[in-house]
Design a protein around this ligand. Structure first.
Ligand code: T1G
Ligand code: NAD
Length: 692
C-alpha cells in the first residue's frame, strides 16, 4: 500500500503522508505524492488540496538511508515542481516538524499553515549537503536573502511564530488537530477565491551575500557545505528560476559525493545506534524521580544542574556546610546562565531551585532512586563513600560513580549490592556536554543498565556503553594519543606546532590547549597514579611535570602551556619552550603538520582498535560517538574509526609499523587492526546494526 493517501472531503483534497517514524521522503512517498498530485489535477470534485503528515509530524526530510545509493525516479525536485505547477491551490498543513526536503515540499505548495509548536528548518548543511529540492531558490524568494541564508547556513529549525514573522508561513493553527485546522483553512481560502500562487513566480530578492560568505567560511573552517549553499543562493538569484534550480542540483550532487557528507551521515546514524543495546532490549528500566549527587565540585554541581534542568528532584551531599553552600551557588549560577541562554524560564529556574536540597548528612538519601558519586578521584575515598551509600540507600536504588579512570568492579565490591552499581561518566561541564559513558561492570544488572540509558535520554545526553578498564573508552584512548603527542614534543616538536596541526585538522582544540583548560594538575595526578604500573615503559613527559611544579596549571592560574595574561585564548610563551627544551634528552628533529596528524591519529586508532577488540566499546561506531561528543573530534570527519576506514586501514598499519622501527614498545599494531587489513575489511564491517 502506498504511504500517501488521497481523499476528498467537500471540495478539498487531502493528501496525507504516512511513513513512520518521521514521514521521510522515501522512493515510495515520492511516487505516492506524484500520483496524488496528478489525481488532484484531474479531479473535478476537488478545488483545493492540503498536503499533510499523518502521525506526529509533517515530514522529517529526504530519506537519509537512501543517500549514496542510485537515485530512483521521481526525484524530489520534480515532485515539488509538479505540486507548484498545479493550477488549483495546494496548501501545506504543517505540524510537529518540517525539515529539509519536508520544508521544501511546503515551499513548493502555494500556502503554508503551521500549527503552534511546529519546528521548521533546513538542516542539510549539518549533513554536509545543501537544500537540494529548491530550498536555496524558493526560501530567499519567500523570506529574503538574509533570513534564508541564516536558516540554511545555521541549519537550526525555527518556531512556527518566527516562521510567520519572516513570511515563511501564512497562518498559524492550534497544535492539537492538524486535519481540522487544515480543512478549516482550506475552506476559508476557497471562500475567498484564493488561487494557485507559485513561489517561483515571486521576484528574486535584492541583497548581497559576499560579506556573509567570508564570515561563514571562517566560522565553518574546513567544511564545504555552508559556503556552497550560499553560492547556490547567490548564483540562483541571478538566473531564471529553472536554471537556478539546475545549478542548485549540480552543487547538491557535488556535495553528495564528498567524504564530509559521508562522515556527517555516519555521525547521524551512529548517534542513534549507540542507544540501541541488545542486552537491554525489552528490559524495563527502574523508576527514577529523585536523584542524589555526592560531591558538589566541578562535576557534582554540573550533574545536579543537568538533573534539575530535566525536572528531577536533587539532593546533593557535601562534606561540610561551606562546601554545600558553594555547590548550591554554583548550581544557581548554572541555572541563571541557562535562563540567559533562553533555555529556561525564570519560573522553571525558581521551581528547580526549590527541588534542590544541599546537605551534609547521608541520611537525607534514603528516598533517592539513584545516586551519582562525584567525589575525589581516589579509590579509598570512593570505597568509603559506597560503603556509606550501601548503608543508607533504599533497596532497588541505583548506585552510580562518575569516576574517570577507576575500576568500577572494585567500587561495586565496597557494597553488598554490586548488581545495583554502574558507572555514569559525565563530561565537563556536565550540564552542557552531551556525552555520557555508561560503564557496565561485571555484576551490573541489565535493568540498571536500562535505567542508565533511560536517564540519559531524560537528561538529553548521548549515552555510550563502555566496559571496565582504566579510562573506559574515551580517556583510555586519550591517554594513548596524548603519549604520542608528548613523544613528538620530547623528540623536537613544539607543543604549539602540535596544537596548530590538530586544530587545522579540525579538532576543537589541540592537546596542550586541552591540558590548559582541564588543569595540568589532572594529568600530573594521573601520571603519579600510574607511575607504579610495571608495564609502563613509555617515556615520561617531564616537561609537563616541570610546568606543574612551576605552578603553571593552565587557564586557572593564568599560565600553562600558554600565557593567559592577556585573554583566555592564550599566547605561546618562550618560557615554556625553554622548559620543554630542558626536558629533551635525546636527539631532536623537526615535525611537519602531516606527520603530527599521522602519528596522533595512528595512536588514537590503534588504541581504539584494542578497545573494540576487548569489548570495552561494543562497536567502532561507539568509539566515534564518544570522540564526536566528548573530545572535540571534527564531526564532518565522522569520528576516528570512520576516518580511518576512509583513509584506508592498510596505510595506517604501514605507518604504525614504520614508527615501531624507532619505538617498538609504544607502536605495537593492535591485533584487530592487523587482522582487518589482512582480511581486506574495514571497521564499518563491525558496525552490524548500523544503517548507512
Ligand atoms: N531519513 C531516514 N531516517 C530518518 C530520518 C530521515 N530523514 N530522520 C530520522 N530517521 C530515523 C532515525 O534514524 C530513527 O531511526 C528514527 O527515524 C527516529 O528518529 C532534498 C536531501 C525528524 C527531528 O536532517 O532531525 O531533506 O533509529 O530518533 O527524536 O534537501 O529524526 O529508530 O531506526 O531522531 O523524534 C533533512 C533528520 C534530510 C532530519 C525526529 N532532514 N531527522 O526526531 O526521532 S536531507 C533531516 C531528525 C534532505 C533535501 C535534503 C529527527 C526528527 P531508528 P529520531 P526524533
Ligand atoms: P572536585 O574536586 O571539583 O569535587 C569533588 C568534591 O567532592 C569536592 O567538592 C569535595 O568536597 C567533595 N567530597 C569529597 N569527599 C566527599 C565525601 N566523602 N562526601 C561528600 N562530598 C565529598 O572534583 P571533580 O572534578 O568534580 O571530580 C569528581 C569526580 O568526577 C572524580 O572522580 C573525577 O575523576 C570525575 N570526573 C571529573 C571530570 C572533570 O573534568 N573534572 C570529568 C569526568 C569525571
Amino acid at each position: 500500500m502506498s504511504p500517501v493517501t488521497y481523499s476528498v472531503q467537500k471540495d478539498i483534497a487531502v493528501i496525507a503522508i504516512d511513513n513512520p517514524p518521521v514521514n521521510a521522503l522515501s522512493h515510495a512517498v515520492r511516487q505516492g505524492l506524484a500520483r496524488a498530485i496528478k489525481t488532484f489535477a484531474g479531479d473535478e470534485s476537488a478545488r483545493i488540496a492540503v498536503v499533510m503528515g499523518a502521525g506526529r509530524l509533517f515530514i522529517g526530510g529526504a530519506d537519509i538511508s537512501e543517500f549514496g545509493k542510485p537515485l530512483k525516479h521521481p526525484t524530489l525536485p520534480s515532485v515539488i515542481n509538479a505540486i507548484e505547477a498545479c493550477t488549483k491551490p495546494v496548501i501545506a498543513a504543517i505540524h510537529g516538524t518540517a525539515l529539509g526536503g519536508g520544508l521544501e515540499v511546503a515551499l513548493g505548495c502555494h500556502y503554508r499553515l503551521a500549527m503552534m509548536g511546529t519546528k521548521l528548518g533546513l538542516p542539510e548543511t549539518t549533513l554536509g549537503i545543501l537544500p537540494g529540492a529548491g530550498g536555496t531558490q524558493r526560501m530567499p524568494r519567500l523570506v529574503g536573502l538574509e533570513s534564508a541564508a541564516e536558516m540554511i547556513v545555521g541549519g537550526k529549525p525555527i518556531s512556527a511564530e518566527d516562521a510567520q514573522a519572516i513570511g515563511l508561513v501564512d497562518g498559524l493553527g492550534p497544535d492539537n488537530d492538524v486535519r481540522s485546522a487544515a480543512l478549516a483553512y482550506a475552506g476559508k481560502l476557497l471562500a475567498k477565491g484564493a488561487i494557485a500562487r507559485p513561489t517561483r513566480a515571486m521576484p528574486p530578492p535584492d541583497g548581497d551575500l559576499t560579506e556573509m560568505r567570508a564570515k561563514v567560511a571562517a566560522k565553518f573552517r574546513g567544511q564545504v557545505a555552508q559556503v556552497t549553499a550560499l553560492d547556490a543562493m547567490t548564483r540562483g538569484m541571478a538566473l531564471p528560476f529553472d536554471e537556478g534550480l539546475a545549478e542548485e542540483r549540480r552543487l547538491f550532487q557535488t556535495l553528495m559525493e564528498t567524504p564530509q557528507r559521508a562522515g556527517l551521515i555516519h555521525a547521524f546514524f551512529s548517534e542513534r545506534t549507540v542507544a540501541k543495546l541488545p542486552e537491554i532490549a525489552g528490559v524495563k528500566p527502574r523508576t527514577i524521580n529523585r536523584i542524589a549527587v555526592i560531591g558538589g565540585g566541578t562535576m557534582g554541581s554540573g550533574i545536579a544542574t543537568a538533573a534539575l534542568l530535566a525536572g528531577l528532584t536533587v539532593t546533593l551531599v557535601e562534606r561540610d556546610d561551606a562546601a554545600a553552600d558553594k555547590a548550591r551557588a554554583t548550581i544557581a549560577g548554572n541555572l541563571e546562565a541557562a535562563v540567559k541562554r533562553g533555555k529556561l524560564t525564570t519560573a522553571r529556574r525558581d521551581a528547580a531551585l526549590k527541588t534542590l536540597a544541599t546537605v551534609t548528612d547521608y541520611a537525607a538519601l534514603s528516598e533517592a532512586d539513584l545516586v551519582v558519586e562525584a567525589v575525589f578521584e581516589s579509590m579509598d575515598v570512593k570505597r568509603e563513600v559506597f560503603a556509606k551509600l550501601d548503608a543508607v540507600m533504599k533497596p532497588g536504588a541505583v548506585l552510580a560513580t562518575n569516576t574517570s579512570y577507576l575500576d568500577v568492579n572494585e567500587i561495586a565490591a565496597a557494597t553488598g549490592r554490586p548488581s545495583d552499581v554502574i558507572g555514569l561518566h559525565f563530561f565537563s561541564p556536565a550540564h552542557i556536554m552531551k556525552l555520557l559513558e555508561v560503564v557496565v561492570a561485571d555484576g551490573t544488572a541489565p535493568d540498571v543498565t536500562a535505567t542508565a540509558f533511560a536517564l540519559a535520554k531524560r537528561l538529553g545526553k548521548t549515552p555510550v556503553r563502555a566496559g571496565v578498564c582504566d579510562g573506559f573508552i574515551g580517556n583510555r584512548i586519550l591517554s594513548h594519543y596524548r603519549t604520542a603527542a608528548d613523544h613528538m614534543v620530547l623528540d623536537g616538536a613544539s607543543p604549539y606546532d602540535v596544537d596548530r596541526a590538530l586544530v587545522d585538522f579540525g579538532f576543537a582544540m589541540g592537546p596542550y590547549q586541552v591540558s590548559d583548560l582541564a588543569g595540568l594538575d589532572i594529568g600530573f595526578a594521573t601520571r603519579q597514579r600510574k607511575a607504579g604500573d610495571a608495564h609502563t615503559r613509555d617515556r615520561v613527559p617531564t616537561f609537563a611535570d616541570a610546568l606543574y611544579h612551576a605552578g603553571r596549571l593552565g587557564q586557572k592560574t593564568g599560565a600553562g602551556y600558554y600565557d593567559y595574561s592577556e585573554d583566555r585564548k592564550g599566547r605561546p610563551d618562550p618560557a615554556v619552550e625553554a622548559i620543554v627544551a630542558e626536558a629533551r634528552t635525546g636527539e631532536t628533529r623537526a615535525f611537519g603538520a602531516n606527520e603530527i596528524v599521522c602519528r596522533y591519529m595512528a595512536a588514537m586508532i590503534n588504541e581504539a582498535a584494542r578497545v573494540v577488540e576487548e569489548g570495552i566499546a561494543l562497536r567502532p561506531l561507539d568509539v566515534d560517538v564518544v570522540f564526536l561528543h566528548g573530545y572535540g573530534f571534527p564531526r564532518y570527519r565522522g569520528g576516528p574509526m570512520h576516518w580511518a576506514d576512509a583513509q584506508g586501514l592498510d596505510g595506517i598499519l604501514v605507518a604504525i609499523t614504520e614508527f615501531a622501527k624507532t619505538d617498538d614498545h609504544f607502536w605495537q599494531p593492535a591485533p584487530l587492526l592487523s587482522r582487518l587489513v589482512a582480511e581486506g575489511r574495514r571497521f564499518a564491517d563491525l558496525n552490524q546494526t548500523r544503517k548507512d
